[in-house]
Design a binder for this molecule. Sequence first.
Ligand SMILES: *[C@@H]1O[C@H](CO)[C@@H](O)[C@H](O)[C@H]1NC(C)=O
Ligand SMILES: *[C@@H]1O[C@H](CO)[C@@H](O)[C@H](O)[C@H]1NC(C)=O
Length: 289
Amino acid sequence: MASNYAFFVHVITSLICTIFIVAFAGNLYQDVGITWGDGRGKIVNNGQLLTLSLDRTSGSGFQSNNQYLYGKIDMQIKLVPGNSAGTVTAYYLRSEGSLWDEIDFEFLGNLSGDPYIVHTNVYTQGKGDREQQFYLWFDPTTSFHTYSFLWNPAHVVFSIDGRPIREFKNLESEGVPYPKKQPMRLYSSLWNADDWATRGGLVKTDWNQAPFTASFRNFKANGCVLSNGISSCKSNSSSDNAWLYQQLDSTNQKRLKWVQKNYMIYNYCNDLKRFPQGLPLECIVRTNS
Ligand SMILES: *[C@@H]1O[C@H](CO)[C@@H](O)[C@H](O)[C@H]1NC(C)=O
Ligand SMILES: *[C@@H]1O[C@H](CO)[C@@H](O)[C@H](O)[C@H]1NC(C)=O
């Protein structure tokens, strides 16, 4: 606790205010750009809805116009319905360069009625290998659900409909690199990954079902936007940036445990075979002070 407090004090006192804290649930025309797919990605309904599609020739994707250094990003997504086996809908934050940071959601499709897998990963300075996978407690293809990233100096939290499913704590003091210097952009794409996605690649994409379509709406970014190459955030005197200091309270810790107990199907921290030299540091460090 003491070191957390010192850390926040440091954050607050080292603030130089060239950053704008922005909050908007605006128009997708303003907030994102379709980056590939030759017309397969579309913004419709006056900027209220975005659809990505995939067929045998190509998938499609978009990215946010802003880059964030810390942020709380929410988007509602309705995943590819029906037989979506072989398809992957990716939704992630990523910085640039060879030592990039990245925070990933990937939704692995399945045969009709079989469960999607939510695959998550965290890369710091170009190194990932931190997969956790989950089933969902609802059908993600019949309606929109909110998928969120909270990224602040203390932790990265993945949430679905406000329920935390994964927390990656800042354990820099223990020697685990943490994303804190490189601004990240939001990316999303729909593509074919039938060599690995569904039952490890056993079930292939059925192109007779194409085009496959995923839908996105209500993009909300509450973040620190880079300005003049300098990036730090203002003090938390305003309620707009409460997310910057947000920690998991006991209710949310319980909700996180509920998901991990009932819906987690893979956790790299339990995969002793994969790490014969020993589990990654963040899996071993005792984080409860
Ligand atoms: C697809 O369904 C099968 C059978 O229920 C299941 O084993 C698998 O985890 C599901 N998800 C994916 C993406 O393979
Ligand atoms: C920032 O928020 C935290 C948690 O709400 C609070 O304990 C702290 O005093 C706040 N700091 C400032 C400078 O307002």
